[in-house]
Design a protein around this ligand. Sequence first.
Ligand code: ADP
Length: 541
Amino acid sequence: MLGLMMDKPLLISSLLDYAARYHGGTEIVSRTVEGPIHRYTYSDAELRAKKLAKALQALGVGEGDRVATLAWNGFRHYELYYGVSGMGAVCHMINPRLFARQISYIMNHAEDMLVFVDLTFVSMLEDVAPEAGSVKGFVIMTDEANMPEISLPNVYCYETLLDVQDGDYEWPQFDEMTASSMCYSSGTTGNPKGVLYSHRSTVLHAWASTTPDMLGLAARDAVMPVVPMFHVNAWGLPYASTMVGAKLVMPGAAMDGESVYQLIDQEGVTFSAGVPTVWLGLLDYLERSGKRLNSFERCVIGGSATPRAMIVKLQEEYGVNVLHAWGMTEMSPLGTVNWPKHGMEDETDAERLDREVKQGRPCYGVNLKIVNDANESLPEDGEAFGELKARGFWVCSAYYRAEGEGHDADGWFSTGDVSTIDADGYMHMTDRSKDVIKSGGEWISSIELENVAVGHPDVFEAAVVGVAHPKWDERPLLVVVRNEGSNVTREDLLAYYEGKVAKWWIPDDVTFVDELPHTATGKLLKMDLRDSFQDYKLPTA
Ligand code: ADP
C-alpha cells in the first residue's frame, strides 16, 4: 500500500521559489569583477533567474544540455545555478584555475553547448575555445558598458540577453533524478573525471547541510562562501543558504585576507567556509592590522586538513567556532563535520582539540567504512587505518562517461583517502593514499607531520613528502616556507617534533623554499613536490 502524501519532486528551482516568497527582501551581496559591490534580494534574483531561463531557451538550450560557467562567486553565477538547472539543463561549473588543456578536455568531454564567462577569464577562454568543438556560443557575464574586445565567434552580453526577456516563466516540474549540474575533479592524477549531480541529490545535500550537526544554517545567518562556486558548488552553500533564506555574501575574485575581512566586517558575516589557505591569509591580516572579528561565529574549514594551530588561533584569539569538515567533489561535497556529541560536555581543552583535528562524523545520509587491501572492513577503534569508502544519498554512483571507475562491485565509492574511524564515528584522515609515506613497511602520515610543523611560530606553510631511502624505502622530507624575517633552522624544526610524534616519524631532513606549489583548489600539489625532490639526497641515506 502506498502512502497518501503529495509526490512533489525535489527540484533546485523550489529552493529559490521558497526564498523569494518567504525571504524576498533578504540580500545577496556580491563583490563584482568590475569593481563595485552589488546588492539585490532573493526576489530580484528569482526574477532574473527566470529571465535567464527564457534567454537560454531563446538561444536553443534544451533539457539536458550542458551550459558551462567560468566564473567567481557573484550574483550572475548564482543566477546561472538556478536558471540553468531550473529550466532542466545542466549547469557545468568549470574550475578556471585548471590548465588550458584540461579546460578544453573538460568542455569536450561534457559537450558544453554554451559557456558563460566572467571578464577575468575572457582572454584565457580565447585560448581554450578553438579546442572546444561543441561550444556554440559565449556569454560574457557583464553589461554593455563593460563588454571587452573579443576575438571569439557568437559572443553575447549577459545583461543584454536578460534585458529583452520578461520574467513571466513557471519553473518546469520534472523527475527529481534529472541531472542538474556537474563538476570535474581536479585531476591531480590522470584526466579530470566528471561528477553529475541530480536535483534530488542537490536538494537532499542542501537540506542535510543546514542541520545543526552539519553547518547549522538559519535565516538569521549571513553566509559567505569563500570556497569558489566552481569548486564543488561552493560546498553547496548557494543552495543551502537559499533553502533557509540566509543573507548571502559573495567575495568575487578577492580572497586575500584584507578583502575577506572587509566583507565579514561590513556585511556582518556570521558563517563562512573555505580551505585552510584562506584562513591563513585572514589570520595573517588580522595579526598585522590588529583588527578584530565581531559578527563572525562559525567557520567551516575543509579541503585540506585543518592544522591544530589554526583551530586554536581562530577559537581562542578571535572567538570563531571552527568546524572541521571533510568532503569531495564526488560527495557533493559534504561527508563529515566535526561537532561534539552528547556526553562530551566535560572534555578538557586538550581532549576537545584532539577531537577537533579529526574530520568529524557523517550525518544521516552518508555511510562510511574503512577497508584493508583485501577490501575487508577494519575495526572502528581510532587506531586501525585503511582506505575510506562511502555510500549515500549525495555520493556519486558513477563518473560521467567513465562508468566502472572508482566504485566497488557492491556500490561503495573508493575515496582514495586513508583514515581511521573511532568508536564514536569520528573520521580522522591520515593521508591521501598516494601521499602516505611508506617507511620500512609502515605508514607515516604526511598530514600529521605538516600539522605539527605549521604549529611552529616561525613556519608559514609546510609540506612533507616521501623521498627514496636505500634502507627504509621512503623517508619524510619536510619542506618549509618560513615566516617573513624568520631564521628558524633545520635543527630547531626537527627538535620541535620531539614528543609530538613517534620518533621514527620525525622527518630525516628539512629544506626551505620561498613558496609551495598549490593545486587549482588551493591544496598542496604533492605530485609536483615529489617530482622536484625525486633525486633529493637525505643525510640518512
Ligand atoms: P580534488 O582536489 O581531487 O579535485 P576535491 O576538491 O573533491 O578533489 O577534494 C577532495 C579531497 O580533498 C579529499 O579526497 C581529501 O583528500 C581532501 N580533503 C577534503 N577535506 C579534507 C580535510 N578536512 N582534511 C584533509 N583532507 C581533506
